[in-house]
Design a protein around this ligand. Structure first.
Ligand code: NAP
Length: 226
């Protein structure tokens, strides 16, 4: 049976931190492929300046197009809003005859109790919690046991009695964030080498993240950039 990784994200914009998480999970878990799932209506991010789904989807397509085992899905644009992960995973379970691995970062996992019907997630897919570097294992273990008291420890991971596994996967630490990148674009700073070049050029061509640009007193005596 295929083993499919799923990486959900706002991806506003996608960057090498996201791509590296997918790449490392692909290899560490011997996945068949990783499907990126841009979030249509992020339940937890009500940013008025959120880029349109079509742009975020296009950026993920550009970032992944040369990797044969990466795919992008527009599923969340076709599902009811907001984009609850439990709804997305239920839909994928109906259409994909595969073992599913939902990849999420430690920050997201540590807030999982705020997600809609989070307790259903390990009944739908394996959960793979990626952490930037080796830190965070204690926090991961404490949270996993608090969220899912019935889980059992088994060969270095947790198993849910009614479902799948929950594991911790340390990956290379790349301190890149979409927040930092949006701010860099807004201020006209270089974002080169933090995200794929095609994505950087797309952002510039579409003028994304530029609202408020020019407000900085660049080159003057005002606040200096960084
Ligand atoms: P995001 O900011 O675009 O990030 C996507 C994923 O990449 C996150 O898991 C994030 O982990 C990880 N990541 C970001 N920067 C990284 C780096 N430098 N190195 C390694 N990993 C990095 O997306 P998001 O807004 O957090 O959303 C993630 C998913 O959670 C989406 O599918 C969203 O729909 C889902 N979600 C669902 C609910 C719900 O169902 N109620 C609520 C909230 C989120 P970190 O979390 O550690 O930054």
């Amino acid at each position: 049976m295929d083993r499919i990784g799923l990486l959900g994200g706002t991806f506003d914009p996608i960057h090498y931190g996201h791509l590296r998480a997918a790449e490392e999970a692909y290899h560490a878990l011997s996945l068949t492929k990783v499907i990126f799932l841009p979030t249509a209506d992020p339940p937890h991010k009500k940013r008025p300046d959120l880029s349109p789904f079509a742009y975020r989807f296009e950026m993920v397509k550009l970032a992944t197009r040369d990797v044969p085992y990466f795919e992008v899905s527009d599923l969340e644009a076709r599902l009811p809003r907001p984009s609850y992960s439990v709804r997305t995973l239920s839909s994928l379970r109906e259409t994909l005859a595969a073992e599913l691995f939902f990849i999420l970062g430690l920050d997201a996992f540590l807030e999982l109790e705020t997600w809609y019907h989070y307790e259903e997630l390990p009944k739908l897919a394996h959960l793979v919690v990626v952490t930037r570097g080796e830190g965070g294992k204690e926090a991961f273990c404490a949270k996993a046991k608090a969220l899912f008291p019935a889980i059992r420890e088994e060969e270095g991971l947790y198993r849910h009695p009614e479902g799948y596994t929950i594991r911790y996967l340390p990956i290379l630490r790349l301190d890149i964030s979409s927040t930092y990148l949006r701010e860099a674009f807004r201020r006209g700073l270089s974002a080169r080498f933090l995200l794929p070049e095609e994505v950087r050029l797309f952002v510039l061509a579409k003028g994304l993240y530029r609202s408020g640009a020019g407000a900085d007193a660049r080159g003057g005596c005002g606040k200096s950039p960084e």
